[in-house]
Design a protein around this ligand. Structure first.
Ligand code: RIB
Length: 322
């Protein structure tokens, strides 16, 4: 494939359907994170559109792939802003439901001087996204399309969507984030997953590996997780790239070196880019390579959605090679 067509929409392009969360992010910049029991002063506060589902939908849109958002927001000003942002990015928002009662999901995102973040999410309306909200995707999904899921909406809703996607011949991508606080069993969802994407922390949690074990064998862990159902497991390792265990064995994708300003949304950039590439009928190795480039681009700017790359940005980082 030549560089010019590497990440643009082609005649083979299908769609990405994201069933997931939409939040408003209260982003606080601070010098360093407080330790438990400590109060520190922040430097700045900004209100930005976020949510892993919405971020990943925007990531796919920016890469030129038709994208449908299936989400729930509060019937409030934040909900209207989040919806307007998705519309402005070109996502199909017919399946975004404003719910009466709970407020739009809120994430408190703290970013320190090293660009690292901590995030606390209050699900709000995201918790109202019900299995009945995803019934309609049966008429949307076809063979070659991609369903993209995360864990910020009820697991039963994601499982229902995954079952529908499988029946339609679409591919199911699950970003197992966040895992902390998810108490529902994931086995049925993992069994319906084609590609599982998760970071080191999530992989340890899902596999039950103690986090004080520094010498984790990521390839073995990816292989272990694939035995729970997914055909491929993609383990993102930040500046060490990604380790993949697929049907034909495992491999490592190197990272693209960039200067880190803010890591918020890097995982979403990765997932959106992988989903977009698979919807463009690319292979998993090409998709993971683009995902690494998209993630590397996203850390160079502050904010989750603001930092998401265009197809040209991704091509630029990859040096024109798909
Ligand atoms: O992945 C980053 C996102 O996680 C933020 O936008 C926040 O809303 C949380 O969902």
């Amino acid at each position: 494939m030549n560089a010019a067509s590497a990440t643009s929409a082609t005649s083979a392009t299908r769609k990405v359907v994201v069933v997931g969360s939409a939040n408003v992010d209260a982003v606080i910049e601070l010098q360093r994170f407080p330790v438990p029991g400590e109060t520190v002063l922040g430097r700045t506060l900004q209100w930005l559109p976020g949510g892993k589902g919405a971020n990943q939908a925007v990531a796919a849109c920016r890469l030129g792939v038709p994208t449908v958002a299936v989400m729930a927001v509060g019937d409030d000003e934040f909900g209207r802003q989040v919806l307007a942002t998705l519309d402005a990015e070109g996502a199909d928002t017919h399946y975004v439901r404003p719910v009466a009662g709970p407020p739009t999901g809120l994430a408190v995102v703290s970013v320190d001087d090293g660009g690292e973040n901590t995030i606390v999410v209050v699900p709000g309306a995201n918790a109202s996204l019900a299995p009945s909200d995803v019934d309609g995707i049966a008429s949307l999904l076809q063979e070659g399309d991609v369903l993209l899921l995360q864990l910020e909406v009820p697991v039963e809703t994601s499982r229902t969507a995954a079952a529908i996607a499988r029946a339609c011949g679409a591919r199911v991508l699950l970003n197992a984030a966040p895992l902390g606080g998810v108490s529902a069993p994931l086995d049925d969802l993992l069994a319906l997953t084609d590609v599982l994407i998760l970071n080191e922390t999530e992989a340890r949690l899902l596999a039950g590996v103690p986090d004080h074990q520094d010498d984790a064998d990521w390839s073995a862990l990816a292989a272990q997780l694939s035995r729970r159902g997914p055909q491929a497991v993609v383990l993102t390792l930040g500046e060490d790239g990604a380790v993949v265990h697929g049907p034909d064995g495992g491999w490592h994708q190197s990272a693209f070196a960039t200067d880190v300003v803010d890591t918020t949304g890097a995982g979403d950039a990765f997932c959106g880019a992988v989903a977009a590439a698979l919807a463009q009928a690319e292979t998993l190795p090409v998709a993971v390579r683009r995902g690494c480039a998209a993630g590397a681009f996203a850390v160079t700017k502050a904010g989750a959605q603001r930092a998401l790359p265009s197809a040209q940005d991704v091509e630029g980082l990859m040096g024109g090679v798909s």
